[in-house]
Design a binder for this molecule. Structure first.
Ligand SMILES: NC(=O)c1ccc[n+]([C@@H]2O[C@H](COP(=O)([O-])OP(=O)(O)OC[C@H]3O[C@@H](n4cnc5c(N)ncnc54)[C@H](OP(=O)(O)O)[C@@H]3O)[C@@H](O)[C@H]2O)c1
Length: 285
């Protein structure tokens, strides 16, 4: 099998290409300079010439708060860019995998979201990722949509790195305690991605590490595992932490569909964090 991976300079794209290489699957990773996904002609040319069996589409506009002020750019990348890719996949009759987010849900209640639940995004980023989902669903039959959340990987900025930096610089952090979800380690997710893309079990899935926590609990575990127990972590309500983009309070997502289709779930998030901290040279346990 041969795949093309967008967003290879991002967190997930980087690990997906690595995982393909480990399994002897030929993977062509492309970044924005090689294929700007908002450029329809470039997308058409690069994917066609690559002669691949599938596109694993990891590129996105991911700056959630900045998106509130950059609606056009965010939509061009997340919705139109995704549509550009889906159109080529349709013409070539190849598989496409698209990554979406817990932010397509409005966060009401406490029940874990099922893949088919109603989508009602609260912010611009979530809305444009939802529009990307619609483009894929409407154009293709051979597609996978994987909704993921709270992503951390070696290659890029994320919550874990931010906490470690703030802990070192300030010795104290305030972290929201009323948004509940699941962290997702890209190295773990990449294994599932490569398992899944080799099948024809198409559809919408939720895929995160196992277990639920609040951002506050996530931060406490980061400092505990990094041996930084002296950092003072204060739990706060989202209202005490004003940001531009509204976030869902309930980001719990059900992974039952993975079991139903014979896919292996990701490990529990604390275990993923431990391996990640070791990988970035920060684990003092
Ligand atoms: N990060 C999260 O917490 C999270 C949560 C839920 C879902 N997701 C989804 O998961 C996927 C992977 O996320 P990630 O964290 O790996 O993202 P990331 O680290 O931000 O990487 C995204 C990559 O896309 C590239 N990109 C941006 N605009 C592009 C364009 N017009 N053409 C081509 N490439 C472009 C970026 O390049 P530049 O850096 O040069 O802009 C970057 O390398 C995305 O679909 C994201 O929406 C992420």
């Amino acid at each position: 099998m041969k795949v093309l991976v967008t967003g290879v300079k991002g967190q997930l794209g980087y690990d997906v290409v690595l995982e393909c290489k480990k399994r002897n699957i030929e993977a062509i990773g492309v970044e924005i300079d090689e294929m700007d996904i908002t450029d329809k002609a470039a997308v058409e040319k690069v994917i066609t010439e690559a002669q691949v069996d599938a596109v694993i589409h990891c590129a996105a506009y991911t700056a959630v708060d900045a998106a509130e002020d950059n609606v056009d750019l965010c939509r061009r990348v997340n919705a139109d860019g995704t549509k550009n890719i889906a159109e080529v996949c349709k013409r070539l009759d190849i598989k496409m995998m698209y990554f979406s987010t817990d932010y397509v849900f409005d966060g009401h209640g406490e029940r874990p979201w099922q893949p088919e639940d109603e989508r009602k995004p609260l912010n611009v980023y979530g809305q444009t990722k939802y529009e990307g989902e619609l483009a894929v669903e409407e154009l293709l039959q051979k597609y996978f949509i994987l909704r993921i959340s709270w992503v951390f990987g070696v290659n890029g900025k994320n919550f874990v790195k931010t906490m470690l930096r703030l802990g070192k610089e300030k010795g104290a952090v305030s972290v929201v305690n009323d948004q509940i979800g699941s962290p997702t380690y890209t190295a773990d997710l990449a294994r599932l991605v490569v398992d899944m893309i080799q099948t024809d079990k198409y559809g919408i899935y939720h895929a995160t590490n196992e277990g639920f926590c609040s951002w506050y609990e996530f931060a406490c575990e980061i400092f505990k595992q990094a041996g930084m127990m002296d950092v003072k972590v204060t739990p706060v309500d989202s209202t005490a932490f004003p940001v531009k983009a509204l976030r869902p309070k309930n980001s719990r997502m059900s992974k039952d569909k993975l079991d139903a289709n014979g896919f292996k779930r990701l490990p529990i998030w604390q275990d993923a964090l431990q391996r990640y901290l070791k990988e970035i040279g920060c684990n003092e346990i």
